[in-house]
Design a protein around this ligand. Structure first.
Ligand SMILES: NC(=O)c1ccc[n+]([C@@H]2O[C@H](COP(=O)([O-])OP(=O)(O)OC[C@H]3O[C@@H](n4cnc5c(N)ncnc54)[C@H](O)[C@@H]3O)[C@@H](O)[C@H]2O)c1
Length: 379
């Protein structure tokens, strides 16, 4: 099948590489010619590195590079069987582009979006034949991250979903199917990793370094929340939090934090600006955590209980199966264990107890235990 990718930025270039590596001819379209050249150069650099590491042969590398055509002409998508859109995260722009796309492709072409936060139903809303719209959500960097969330909209035909799932699976990706709800699985379930860490900091319970130390050393996470937010960028991470909060009709569970907002406002985006929660300039003093294991365990217990509660909520609200939620968090954001599995290991009664205590102490809806978690304990 000929694959079209619209947008040659971070995600589009990566997705084109994945399709080409899996034997497809790919048409990569971007309105910006420089971006196309950049994507082409990046792929050639990546291939050189892979040849050096003997992960790919010279022949295969040439075949992959030759499989991608770079163009600014949208109508070049005409013979494609699938087009994946990965342009700017703006609904008005996506609407414009999907309307144009439908005019150039055949009736049987699947039209997919890689959006992180917009609803697939809303994107498909402008299509005349909306039963072929679908969300195919890759993670960054697309060639390396195994997870792909596939999101059928209310308009999506079952056969299109099946086709998309089997195609992306054939690319060696771990596929999870989820409901068209804000943040899908990963960007919803992961919110407390950042939000609860920020809340703990704001209450003066611990500083950034101590929370990061606790979550990595005791919790077993690869990166602490503040290091990770600095890595993602506080501008990007805050925007996702805010959009999930709004999309959930301001549910207090997803309330953004002033600390992160202030960091964003100050331009303290993280690594990319040299300053975030930490200072990345040369010679900067690296803050030392308070290695208090009792405090550290309390921090981990609280954040983990909130994450597990969110995982149960996603299952309870039929966003995805428990297996899919666990797969998504281990393969999409490298959590050391699936959250549902982790809850069974710790004991669901213990998790419920932690949440009840937080709920009683704060009296905030944010800490309400999920009914499915409660059922797990009492039924
Ligand atoms: N960056 C991530 O970590 C990430 C992860 C998953 C999903 N996403 C989603 O993927 C999409 C793209 O994100 P990105 O980070 O790759 O963005 P990006 O800014 O790196 O790239 C966007 C590209 O789209 C091009 N473009 C903009 N308007 C266009 C148009 N009308 N026609 C053709 N090309 C156009 C731009 O020139 C640019 O090259 C967004 O919807 C985003 O939410 C991003």
């Amino acid at each position: 099948m000929l694959i079209g990718v619209l947008g040659a930025g971070t995600m589009g270039a990566g997705i084109a590489q994945v399709a080409a590596q899996n034997g497809h001819q790919v048409i990569l379209v971007d309105t910006n010619d420089e971006q196309l050249q950049k994507a082409q150069k990046q792929l050639s650099d990546t291939m050189l590195r892979l040849i050096e590491k003997q992960k790919v042969t010279k022949e295969k590398s040439s075949a992959i590079q030759a499989a991608i055509s770079y163009t600014t002409v949208l109508s070049d998508f005409a013979p494609c069987g699938l087009v994946i859109e990965a342009i700017v995260e703006n609904l008005a722009v996506k609407h414009e582009v999907f309307s144009q796309l439908e005019k150039v492709v055949s009736d049987t072409c699947i039209l997919a979006s890689n959006t992180s936060s917009l609803s697939i139903a809303s994107i498909g809303g402008v299509l005349k034949k909306a039963n072929r719209v679908i969300g195919i959500h890759f993670f960054n960097p697309a060639p390396l991250m195994p997870l792909v969330e596939i999101i059928p909209a209310v308009q999506t035909e079952n056969a299109i979903l099946e086709q998309a799932v089997s195609l992306v699976k054939s690319w060696g990706k771990t596929v999870v199917v989820c409901k068209d709800t804000p943040g899908f699985i990963v960007n919803r379930v992961a919110r407390p990793f950042y939000g609860e860490a920020l809340r703990i900091y704001e209450e003066g319970i611990a500083d950034f370094a101590t929370i990061d130390w606790a979550m990595t050393e005791i919790g077993g996470f690869k990166m602490g929340p503040f290091t990770l937010m600095d890595y993602i960028g506080n501008d990007v991470n805050y925007a996702v939090t805010e959009s999930v909060f709004e999309a959930f009709y301001y549910d207090p569970r997803f309330k953004p934090s002033f600390t992160q907002k202030r960091h964003k406002e100050a331009g303290y985006y993280g690594r990319k600006t040299g300053r975030g929660y930490y200072d990345y300039s040369e010679g900067a003093i690296i803050p030392t955590p308070t290695k208090d294991y009792v405090l550290g365990q309390q921090i981990v217990d609280r954040i983990l209980a909130m994450l597990i509660n969110e995982a149960y909520d996603a299952v309870f609200m039929q966003v995805a199966t428990a297996e899919a939620v666990d797969l998504a968090m281990t393969k999409g954001v490298n959590y050391p264990k699936g959250l549902i599995e982790w809850s069974k290991e710790i004991g669901t009664k213990e998790i419920l107890c932690r949440l009840e205590k937080l709920f009683l102490f704060y009296g905030e809806d944010r800490y309400r235990p999920n009914p499915l978690l409660r059922n797990n304990v009492f039924l």
